[in-house]
Design a protein around this ligand. Structure first.
Ligand code: TMP
Ligand code: ASP
Length: 238
């Protein structure tokens, strides 16, 4: 597999073409941003850890029959994927109320959401990724009604697969953000699933083990990402 030119530069990842038109390489960097890029920093080892943690999740989801863009891990920071057309709707699944939900609506921080809540956000940093509903997405031509239904179904199926897996590692899956892409006439899970895109709380201490530590300047950021990776790899070894 020959890595060719950079075709896209995101906030924390870069995408490269390869000599195979059906394969791209995602390069995970240590750059961290929050609040739509307003806050910037570096988290040592984040690229490696997010790449490896995402790979573990994508493998788990493949076992559960969820289609993803993941096709392999090339190195500590490089993931092999299929090329997709990203749907500009971010799907957020919430099992526990916190974050923007509690700022927008009178949900009490830390309360369980049963059934889990699925929210849609328009993927546009210049607008601050605003909350939208299916009708907005349809009118803006972001996705078809069928695609929106499929993204919701897949988001909940991903939650069902990852919650017990993480709980086995003593981690509560509080909420997470997903992105989907069009590939060969269907939708596949794309982007990453990592402490950058999820909230993880330690099951016994409720300590935050994710990017909220960076957003809120809580310290011990790299340690938290390391701990997530170590717990999941330990689980794999059992
Ligand atoms: P929120 O409570 O700030 O809306 O975040 C919900 C989840 O989505 C949380 O797990 C963090 C994740 N997230 C992203 O991955 N990217 C983003 O731009 C935002 C705002 C949240
Ligand atoms: N991912 C977004 C950013 O990079 C926001 C966040 O994660 O808080 O700005």
């Amino acid at each position: 597999m020959e890595k060719r030119q950079k075709i896209h530069e995101g906030k924390a990842k870069a995408v490269y073409s390869t000599d195979d038109p059906d394969r791209l390489i995602i390069d995970f960097t240590d750059t961290a941003t929050a609040f739509d890029g307003a806050k910037r920093g570096t988290i040592h080892e984040k690229g490696r850890l997010n790449n490896l943690i995402s790979a573990l999740f994508f493998e788990k989801l493949a076992e559960a029959g969820i289609p993803t863009h993941y096709r392999g891990t090339l190195s500590d920071r490089e993931m092999l994927v299929v090329p997709v057309e990203i749907v500009m709707v971010e799907m957020v699944v919430r099992n526990i109320a916190t974050g923007s939900l509690c700022r927008r609506l009178p949900f009490i921080d830390g309360t369980e959401l049963e059934p889990p809540l699925v929210e849609l956000f328009y993927k546009d940093d210049s607008l601050g990724d605003p909350l939208i509903n299916d009708d907005h997405a349809l009118l803006m031509g972001l996705a078809s009604r069928e695609e929106l239904a499929e993204m919701k179904r897949l988001s909940l199926a991903i939650n069902d697969a990852l919650r017990p897996y993480l709980m086995d590692a003593g981690i509560v899956l509080v909420d997470f953000k997903l992105e989907f892409g069009r590939y060969q006439g269907g939708l596949v899970l794309a982007d990453e699933i990592s402490p950058d895109t999820c909230r993880f709380w330690d099951a016994s201490t409720k300590e935050k083990m994710d990017k909220d530590r960076f957003r809120k300047d809580m310290g011990k950021i790299e340690e938290a990402y390391q701990e997530i990776y170590q717990r999941l790899t330990r689980l794999k070894g059992d």
